[in-house]
Design a protein around this ligand. Structure first.
Ligand code: PNS
Length: 166
């Protein structure tokens, strides 16, 4: 049950798949938030490697013992989802300068769509600065070692995808 005094943020994304970088940002968020709702986008904007159920299952496995994290899915506008959840804060990771324009555009658009919404950006640790889901997938398909970039369950799932694609 949502308590009005709780500090809750929605962390939206594709999570195709979740990386150690995402997890670091969520962990940092939880150092000052009471709860984080990880909202997986179902919008078929991209060519996802993992379908939405797979992306959610990976996140659920990782956060199953953590009562401060809820895993959910959303379609449509993010601001409409936030309204339904009665949450005003969007949590996003900001890595290198290259992220900035895209993130800035999304944050301002969301604020125009709903002025009560604010986006909070957190920087992942330096060791995660260069990690992205796309890079991890590329390394996995080129048979590189992704152990440092993703949790073991994600590594396993990616290895299966690589095997099933040959
Ligand atoms: O992990 P990603 O792919 O960078 O996440 C992007 C995401 C899902 C957060 C963004 O595309 C989004 O919020 N989509 C929902 C549609 C929406 O609200 N668009 C208008 C604001 S940008």
């Amino acid at each position: 049950m949502l308590k009005s005094s709780e500090k809750i943020a929605v962390c939206p994304g594709s999570f195709d798949p979740v990386t150690n970088g995402h997890m670091d940002v969520i962990e940092k968020g939880l150092s000052f938030l009471d709860r984080v709702i990880i909202a997986v986008s179902t919008y078929p904007r991209k060519n996802f490697l993992f379908d939405v159920n797979e992306r959610i299952r990976l996140l659920e496995d990782i956060y199953s013992g953590n009562p401060k994290v809820e895993i959910d899915r959303f379609d449509g506008l993010l601001v409409d989802y936030l309204r339904r959840k009665n949450v005003r804060i969007i949590l996003r990771g900001l890595r290198a300068v290259s992220d900035f324009e895209y993130e800035f555009q999304m944050a301002l658009t969301n604020r125009i769509l709903d002025k009560s919404v604010e986006t909070v950006f957190l920087m992942p640790g330096e060791e995660f600065f260069f990690i992205s889901s796309s890079l991890v997938k590329e390394i996995a398909f080129l048979k590189g070692d992704i152990s440092r970039f993703v949790p073991a369950s994600v590594k396993e799932a990616l290895t299966m995808k690589v095997k099933s694609s040959v």
